[in-house]
Design a protein around this ligand. Sequence first.
Ligand code: ADP
Length: 845
Amino acid sequence: MASGDGIQIPSRLPLLLTHEGVLLPGSTVRFSVDSPRNMHLVSQRLLKGTSLKSTIIGVIPNTRDPEHDTDELPTLHKIGTAGIAVQVVGSNWPKPHYTLLITGLCRFRVSSLLKERPFVLAEVEQLDKLEQYTTSGTEGLKAEDGELGELSQKFYQAAVQLLGMLDMSVPVVAKFRRLLDSLPRETLPDVVASMIRTSNKEKLQVLDAVSLEERFKKALPMLTRQIEGLKLLQKTRKMSPDNEKRVLSVRKGGVFPGRQFSLDEEDGDEDGDDTAALERKVHGANMPEAAFRVCLKELKRLKKMPQSMPEYALTRNYLDLMVELPWSKSTKDCLDIRAARTLLDNDHYAMDKLKRRVLEYLAVRQLKTSLKGPILCFVGPPGVGKTSVGRSIARTLGREFHRIAVGGVCDQSDIRGHRRTYVGSMPGRIINGLKTVGVNNPVFLLDEVDKLGKSLQGDPAAALLEVLDPEQNHSFTDHYLNVAFDLSQVLFIATANTTSTIPPALLDRMEVLQVPGYTQEEKVEIAHRHLIPNQLEQHGLTPQQLHIPQDTTQHIISRYTREAGVRSLERKIGAICRAVAVKVAEGHRIPKTDHTLTTENSSEQEDIQVAPPEMPIVIDQLALKDILGPPLFEMEVSERLTLPGVALGLAWTPLGGEIMFVEASRMEGEGQLTLTGQLGDVMKESAHLAISWLRANARTYQLTNMVGGPDPSEGTDIHLHFPAGAVTKDGPSAGVTIVTCLASLFSGRLVRSDVAMTGEITLRGLVLPVGGIKDKVLAAHRAGVKRVILPKRNEKDLEELPANVRADLDFVTASNLDEVLNASFDGGFPGATSARTRPQLSSKL
Ligand code: ADP
């Protein structure tokens, strides 16, 4: 068979005895060599030889060569593969050994053994024809060649079918496709059997099949099995995408002469290797095609680099990140609206409007899973539970939650990462967040989007836009990754204190949900339902050890905190818990009689009986003073409104509503107006407007200057001051307060001490509506004000107020300044038209 045409292998071949793999003609296998005979073969034959002939050796499978020289030669398998050693790598560690890379050429049969030492040399008979592969596949066997032709045709078709199921865009698969058409058909059983997933035993069967027909018959079932397996996997693909990748993975290993590829994973020769592990991870990461290709490219570079090169670490880090990213890992949404409602209600007291809108949002998501929804943006003062609602949303959906603080970010690479060319470059916060949560559909809370900065390093808002825009974010490209990551499954929620500083383009993408501050009563409820139990738990205390009565809570809220949210309240409760924890921990040092934390001085404590404090420790006002110090806030309103020229306004700040005093004084001068207290332009304009209107109406309201003249500003300098000078104030809503304050100054009458007001004014004396009414009214309520004057057109906003606040306050809605003045002064304002018609209220303070 070996005679005549084709290339001849030498008739005497040194034999390599292997037990770990089967070399088939047409594939390349790596063998580890450490037994004495094989070692000699390498050192005395392969490494010493100079001709091509000396690199050809016979590989006899399934034979374990004994560890020691003296031992008998084991029985050899009769058939082997002649191969050409294409690479020899030697190492002395952990023991001397070589690694050979051998490409199989053809089968041979051992005719006789010539010598056994130092390595086995045998007389062999070549069994396969060794072609030069110049003929194309179509010219080999044909269907007309009888059964063999039919078999080969069947086999070819099955191979094509297998290829069709693989991902053609993977370069090696494409290469295999081309090879399939150019290889002679008779080589196919060997080539395919070495590439698909087959055991060593099966490969041995193929090797032993000397007749071509038998070889086709042996290899065909293996090929069909692989196809069936793949079909099954593709069916269950959705359920576990990782598996499919394992089968589809194509990695270096088996080789056809000159071209290396294998569809089989379990070749196991390089497994110990670090890069090989990384490579496996790359295949297992189930990333999209583009990212996969970049990874393969980087892997290739990595393999060529010495480890000491700084770039090695860079590339390694990059690949580590790529394989860690959750390209296709996600959690399953488990949304039950009824459960969500209960959960939101249990986690948060009040905030009904917000909870309703969040439930609507979730319900729509349930009905339409591919919702390219608006991004919710919770806007409200600090500590009103914006973050905490975001966390609850994640919980109701069963998703991972991650908070990304974007406040103060002024470099777009914070969001989008640094290009990898920079030293110390990193991915941006979004990609980092994804790595942290490990799934691609978390809830991301972008905290404080109103405090984005801007600098020379680019506008972070623009980068955020790309992240949030449902039209673009399915291919968000972080500069560091440099490949697109699909963010469309991420649920973004933003929080802000005010909408005014959110970049307009960003605001446009979001649905703003206002979260106003809480009333005193709501805060008491929140404290008792949530904050106190939470703090007790955090400090390892139980309700049996510490009791904070309702009126103590009320006292903390009104005297120790002045805020729209409950954060500082929570801190104060935390402080109480800490103090009590100390007492509980040192229990026996407390006198028996001391059931509250009173100001015991230490000298008395020396002769205390050893006994635990009586439980629960009840916090009364005295104990409160002991723990938190003297009250921080007084009910100061009435004390400050004792002179003409002072009025109380209501202001809105990102931190909630606030009361704001306006003070005015006058002195001899030339009609100058001085304004102090860090005012913005709008505020200054309001002051000028107010003076002009008052001058124009001086006669009606009997306003005079210092010497009783009819023009209040003639020969008079006026100074308007807005205390808390360190805080910048702007906005038109102080208009009515300035008018009232000046009217009081020019008329010498006192403004009622229990009135606060807000409203924009016009030159003609109309009162225009303003924003933030709920926050402002709550602030007035907190400060103990009894009457609130607001623009008529803001009447509708009063409906949002809690009933108890509405009941406590007397609201006066005004459409012009006449009505404002009338309601601000006891007994109305002289000259005001409605002075005689309004019912008069006397001060309750
Ligand atoms: P924000 O994000 O608005 O600044 P947080 O969400 O951090 O505020 O809330 C501060 C604290 O107040 C959290 O411990 C939160 O649980 C609590 N909290 C705020 N509002 C409520 C509420 N309505 N019910 C229960 N707890 C609340």
